[in-house]
Design a protein around this ligand. Structure first.
Ligand code: ADP
Ligand code: MG
Ligand code: MG
Length: 201
């Protein structure tokens, strides 16, 4: 069943908010180990700000709604994650607006990930949310199916355990950042799983 535009937007907002609310303490705990302990709080603030605009956003065309969710995240999250997730969604929204068919989505997603990498001056292997976004993109290209994408996101987040952080606060720890899961990678996997579960229904 393909949900209406409003049900799709409202549903995506709801499941992302629930996934973050249910895991906010865990995300902050991960961030306490290699950062400043606020990633769960930051993400929850962003999701609540988006939720406050839910009915207005649900009335917009999907690309515009995604872009505006990104703008809201940039303004509300605070911390590195806000501008990065914000950039991702703003760019996905803008790229989607120019798509002539859904099959072009992977390219739009790829460009948006590139914008995040430029914004954070980060690359694959730097122990950031990009280490989930790139593998998720690869699974989308491979048409792995929603369950496969969610699984890959979780696997990719756990692989950040062995990485040394090269960007963000965690990079101040140098080698001591090794042996911890990156909080941004974890939130990205949680959001990916929530979105895939919702789209599967
Ligand atoms: P802050 O570090 O400002 O407190 P958060 O705790 O909300 O912000 O977010 C931290 C997460 O942001 C990290 O776990 C990492 O995934 C991501 N991150 C931080 N800096 C960068 C960067 N330069 N490029 C990409 N991702 C980054
Ligand atoms: Mg933090
Ligand atoms: Mg902070």
């Amino acid at each position: 069943v393909v949900p209406s535009n409003a049900a799709l937007i409202g549903g995506l907002i709801d499941v992302c908010r629930e996934a973050i609310a249910a895991n906010a303490d865990h995300l902050s705990e991960l961030d306490r180990a290699i950062g400043d302990g606020d990633h769960g709080t930051n993400m929850r603030r962003g999701c609540e700000a988006v939720y406050a605009e839910r009915s207005r956003l649900a009335g917009l065309p999907l690309p515009k709604a995604v872009e505006e969710i990104g703008l809201t995240l940039v303004m509300s999250v605070g911390g590195a994650a806000g501008p990065l997730y914000g950039t991702l969604l703003i760019e996905i929204g803008r790229q989607m607006a120019g798509l002539s068919e859904q099959a072009e989505f992977p390219r739009a997603f790829e460009r948006a990930i590139g914008a995040v990498a430029r914004r954070g001056r980060a690359q694959a292997g730097d122990k950031t949310l990009l280490d989930v976004l790139y593998p998720v993109h690869a699974e989308v290209v491979r048409r792995a199916g929603l369950a496969g994408i969610a699984e890959e996101a979780e696997r990719a987040a756990s692989l950040t355990f062995g990485m040394k952080a090269m960007r963000g606060r965690a990079s101040f720890l140098g080698d001591r950042s090794i042996g911890h899961i990156d909080p941004g990678a974890k939130s990205c996997a949680l959001l990916t799983a929530a979105i895939c579960r919702f789209l599967e229904e």
